[in-house]
Write a protein that binds this ligand. Structure first.
Ligand code: PGA
Length: 249
């Protein structure tokens, strides 16, 4: 049975004081669903977040990392550094990283390899832009993003991969993919996995949807058979909203 996962991507929000306060609010919430809960604070607050949620059912994950193990990369963070403070999962390929920092599929393939070599799990993000969808190219774009960054991997490592389909036109825009659009794409992604890796891998990989998921639309989106959870931006900055989404399963 594949897992349900709801991950909050805090992006470049929350200093230490706000991080402490949001975590304390999160701890007051009650989880009534079977979803695994993850939060991704910014690098400087990962250690605090990790330490203060040790006893809780919340996994702290990183928003990014470098593909090298170490070296002369000013301002960068390695997998080993993340692991040294207890972080076991990293988000890679977020559309904001692709758009603003020119991360290519080839860069991401290297980052994925480094994360897996360090026994970390990866939440791998991808998704088409509005122009792709308008041109009817969304499946080709998504297929290429997945294939270029992941399809050099052996089947058995997919247990450490979580996919996150995030149509760029739905991120932070308030415009969500309809539940049917999400389902159609998730089914296509699963089929693409199945064609290369077979049924077993395709059935076991969790595919999250991201892009303006809110308490009022989560239930409908999560109700679709191939949607196994969500990657939540804006709504993850409020503990009640975030847990309303977690509990939408
Ligand atoms: P959003 O962001 O929920 O604010 O649209 C989602 C994401 O970027 O992961």
């Amino acid at each position: 049975m594949r897992k349900h996962i709801v991950a909050g991507n805090w992006k470049m929000n929350n200093g230490l004081i706000q991080t402490k306060s949001l975590i304390s609010d999160l701890k007051k919430q009650t989880k009534t669903s079977d979803a695994e809960v993850m939060i991704a604070p910014t690098f400087t607050n990962l250690w605090h977040a990790f330490e203060s949620t040790r006893q809780d059912d919340i996994e702290v994950v990183a928003q990014n990392m470098h593909f090298s193990e170490n070296g002369a990369y000013t301002g960068e963070i390695s997998a080993g550094m993340l692991k040294s403070i207890g972080i076991k999962t990293v988000i890679l390929g977020h559309s904001e990283r692709r758009a603003y920092y020119n991360e290519t599929d080839q860069d991401l393939a290297k980052k994925v390899d480094t994360a897996l070599a360090n026994e970390m799990k990866v939440i791998f993000c991808f998704g088409e832009e509005l122009a792709d969808r308008k041109a009817g190219n969304e499946e080709t774009v998504v297929e290429n993003q997945i294939k270029n960054a992941l399809f050099h991997l052996e089947a058995d490592v997919f247990k450490n991969i979580i996919l996150a389909y995030e149509p760029v036109w739905a991120i932070g825009t308030g415009e969500t993919a309809t539940p049917d659009q999400a389902q159609d794409m998730h089914a296509f992604i699963r089929k693409t996995l199945e064609n290369t890796y077979g049924n077993e891998v395709a059935d076991e990989v969790s595919i999250l949807y991201g892009g303006s998921v809110k308490p009022n639309n989560a239930k409908e989106i999560f109700g679709k058979p191939d949607v196994d959870g969500g990657l939540i931006g804006g709504a993850s900055l409020n503990a009640e909203d975030f847990f309303a989404i977690v509990n939408a399963f």
